[in-house]
Design a protein around this ligand. Sequence first.
Ligand code: NAP
Length: 530
Amino acid sequence: MSVSGNILINGKWLTGRGNNFKGNSPVTGEQSAEDFSCADNEQLENAVDAASQAFTSYSQNSDAQKAFFLRTIAEQLESIRPQIVARATWETALPEMRINGELGRTIGQLNMFAQLLDKGDWKRPVIDEAQPNRQPLPKPDLRLTQVPLGPVVVFSASNFPLAFSVAGGDTASALAAGCPVIVKTHSAHPGTSELVAGAIANAIKKCDLPAGVFAMLHGSGRIIGSALVKHPQIKAVGFTGSVAGGRALYDIAVSRPEPIPFFGELGSTNPVFLLPESLESNAEQIAESFLASLMMGVGQFCTSPGMLIAVKGPALNRLLASLAEKAPALAAGTMLTAGICDSYNKHCAERDAIGSLKIVAKGLNANSSANQAQVALYSIDANDYLEQLALEEEVFGPSTLVIGCDDQAQLIDVANSMKGHLTAAIFASEQDQQLAVQLLPTLQQRIGRVLFDAYGTGVELSSAMSHGGPYPSSSAGQSTSVGTRAIERFTRPLCYQNTPDALLPVELKNANPNGIMRLVNDRWSDQAID
Ligand code: NAP
């Protein structure tokens, strides 16, 4: 499958009538052979119209039809694995092994939602039967299900060119919910985006679905991205990226005459709390495992550990010494784009200049012409940190701040000062449990996933996963963008009252033909209703 540089609208590959741009290799700066063309407003209108028309029939597809579609996309992706891996590796500088793994994850996500649809109970149907003789008034028959919202816009992430991109989790969950998707690509991997969009387009044909179910547009966030979010026929948005970009688009989504939900996964620093006994027993091992986690994807994971918090003393000194010994040998790594690398270097330069911050260690020198980032570890006294809470903000890349607290009470104060994060880790031995008990209520209010003796990098595909958290880690902390519950973002509840059985959706019919679990008169049941 070759790359054309075109955009995909209503099943047709078209030359965009907006600007052109080139893809490039962040390692060498070499430009792509292809020119990638951006959509103009008329093309955007066509994509949205096609998605709206497709919604009418696609939203009525059975779970089995949608599951077949998702599995067909997965097969199509697998069939062009070598091309995707080669292109994504070139465009992102991420190693082949990582890209191969990420493609496996992307395919796994599609299959996970297909399995969810197979089970048929994801709409969590609730039936409260009528009580015609209830006094003083009869009770009506009430039946609750979930229905899809309408066309969804998905913004691809730069740091996961497959799993959070064109056919990533947002797209898979929106399609599973019954919503057409328009992807606004990320300019960091346009060729990869086209290959993946081609796989989806093939699947649409094989499944005989309306072509408007999926579109892929290149274009700038401020022009095409904003226009998509403003468009009255768009009903929800999925986004992964920066706080600034996500916030700008969120503000548009909620200021429309008809506000729409904006599911933005934004910035997170993922604090790691090292409780005293655990640190005392494991300082050197923690230094090693922490560096391994930090170095994943050159620190460009949304769950990268950006803060270590511990009580000052000999154990913390051992950890700092171990970091100072190991980090200088760490090789610099190429970042995803020149812009992300510049932003990282700027943040590190700012930290270098802050008097209260000490440089613990830096990694091997970076080659700036290859957009390389050098590991940068800093430490600060908690008394100074609590005066400069802006230091909590995400520095996207391999940098971490170690915060030394006077005592356990101050460690809790630091936790209390925090905003929302995707993850928080607690390293605790049995003797630390009392402090962990004190810490947990604070973290409960601020964190999407709390881990013990592990780091947040590596987000399992599981129905029990939550990837989200209070603002600014997410703009919609009540939802998750990973795991089967991600589907709920693109649906809303619909209650049928006194509706004839023949007119009810299959999951609410008396006969329960698919034998799914339902809450009937407040009891779980997979039986038919007489
Ligand atoms: P980004 O700048 O937020 O861009 C993500 C998407 O949003 C792109 O499609 C971009 O369009 C669009 N966008 C950005 N600003 C916008 C605005 N003001 N109005 C409308 N659309 C806008 O993220 P990025 O390019 O991936 O990386 C930049 C920085 O984001 C990184 O340095 C890092 O700080 C952060 N980041 C965080 C995470 C995370 O998981 N926490 C992930 C990735 C990036 P364009 O194509 O026009 O740029």
